[in-house]
Design a protein. Sequence first.
Length: 259
Amino acid sequence: MSILKGKKAVIIGLASTRSIAWGIANALKGQGADLAFNFQNEKLEARVKKMAQELGSSVCLPMDVSSDDEIANFFNSLKNQFGNFDILIHSVAFAPSSQLEGSFTEVTDRDGFRIAHDVSSYSLTAVTKAALPLLNDNASILTLSYLGAVKAMPSYNVMGLAKASLEANVRFLAYDLGPKSIRVNGISAGPIKTLAASGIKGIKTMLDHMEQASPLRRNVTIEEVGNAAAFLASDMASGITGQVVYVDSGYSIVGMSLS
Ligand SMILES: NC(=O)c1ccc[n+]([C@@H]2O[C@H](COP(=O)([O-])OP(=O)(O)OC[C@H]3O[C@@H](n4cnc5c(N)ncnc54)[C@H](O)[C@@H]3O)[C@@H](O)[C@H]2O)c1
């Protein structure tokens, strides 16, 4: 059974074959969806276009989510090249590297705070707003969060605050758009070695810790996050909105681990 047959999905945040967006794109394609992509800047253009082509997509347009003009241009071009669609994947986050190492109190500054929240949380509101005129009935919007939204930990610092904002964003968007039959959810993924994760000091220690302390005693893969995303994006999840679903080998439920 292909649970996304006939659905069209726009994926924001593909950068490499390690990206969570790549795992999601493959899972959505595998379930029958047609795909369109953005690329953040010229540096990523050729690589993202090549990956899009591998998944049978020729729609791959520029958009830096920190620019209102680029968001508007993206959805204008998308309207002509892709038309209305059913699924919006937001797999984007950024904070300056200076913010992601050392004492939270010492390293966090106004600019870092602003940028982290702008790119990692406000962008979900911004792209949702711009996508609305193109969304079909029963559309599904999905974003990516991390445990740092609800628990304190080293290095993740201001990105944890931005993810807390993102998760509240999911709830407010879900509440607002529910009457239009649009669902909004998040996936809180366990740590995965991607380009973005490499910017967080101590990511290797986080990955090792997951292997010892999570109930499944292993890390999760982008394929597993992709499969959960395909389910949440599909009509099989038609009763689920405003939720953050953990795909983390169960780590978030552990109070104390003896291993
Ligand atoms: N890797 C992990 O351990 C992990 C765990 C939980 C959640 N996440 C979240 O998953 C999402 C995807 O990250 P990833 O780990 O796949 O890393 P990634 O580096 O592959 O993807 C991050 C994407 O964000 C994009 N991006 C950053 N700033 C942007 C901007 N201004 N405009 C447009 N795009 C921009 C990048 O181009 C890139 O495509 C992020 O929200 C991240 O916080 C990651």
